[in-house]
Design a protein around this ligand. Sequence first.
Ligand code: DAH
Length: 339
Amino acid sequence: MNMKDTLRQMKEEALEKINEVGADLEQIRVRYLGKKGELTAVLRGMGQLSAEERPVVGQIANEVRANIEEALTRRAEEMKAKALEMKLKAEKLDVTMPGKAPAMGHIHPLTLVQRDLEDIFMGMGFSIVEGPEVEYDYYNFQALNIPPEHPARDTQDTFYITDKILLRSQTSPVQARTMEKQKPPIRIISPGRVYRSDPVDATHSPLFHQLEGLVVDKGITMGDLRGTLDVFAKKEFGEDTRVRFRPHHFPFTEPSAEVDISCFSCGGKGCKLCKGEGWIEILGAGMVHPHVLEMGNIDPNEYSGFAFGFGIERIAMLKYHIDDMRLLYENDVRFLKQF
Ligand code: DAH
């Protein structure tokens, strides 16, 4: 085969290879145009050619080189464009695809009730204060007129850290702490956890929640207590709700009352919820005992006050017809989803 044909054939072969799917362009370039490549080999043999033939073959060789180079560049650009197109296709975002909704959390019924109560009392000008759950015996009992050995302690057996430090059995110690720190007028509520060494059953738990209320000012009467609880009962249980006071005893209030509301399920006729009574016991309340005011450095001749306290679980259970307290702490999503 003469040199011209070799060159032409080389060109055909090279162009074909360049256009093959998945061609390795660098390898092709080295094979044909590299220092040890096929074209270079042909050029080396040019010495044997005649003087007339040399420029002709030289020109063809230059054309072949140019053709192959051009084809390599064009193909490289093509491959680059193709790769980009594939990449864009792969990365394309379909904004019409249905989204994956995150599993949203949910407010616990106890929190719902607590927030309700906070809103109601804040609406009447109360502010919210918090007290420690690990409490001194002094605030939990003594400052509330319950000295050591007082029988009222038996009803609120709790967990002791030391002789003097315990898990608070009620939110009432926040009354004593507030009076020590703040001069009247005082108008606070204090929600939070309390503890008692009760075994767990449908209506008892060693941990539960209470909400305490305290108002101290000049000229506060039981009428103010009554009016405040009336507003609370209507807002929380419905506008037709009536409130009833029954005489009771708490060491830190005098007089004291247990407070019932008319049954919001039957309106007072008697039903399963109120156990046929027409009334539901809801909280304890009374006028702050003068001795408790004194221990809080407030002069009972100048000031008077009222206090109340209730269980948040009890309200949640009544309101949502929950018949077992344990459901509130098990955190079974199937239960919690309902509120
Ligand atoms: N602390 C009482 C209890 O846990 C409830 C209570 C009764 C709170 C009367 C008060 C009150 O503020 O005046 O049983």
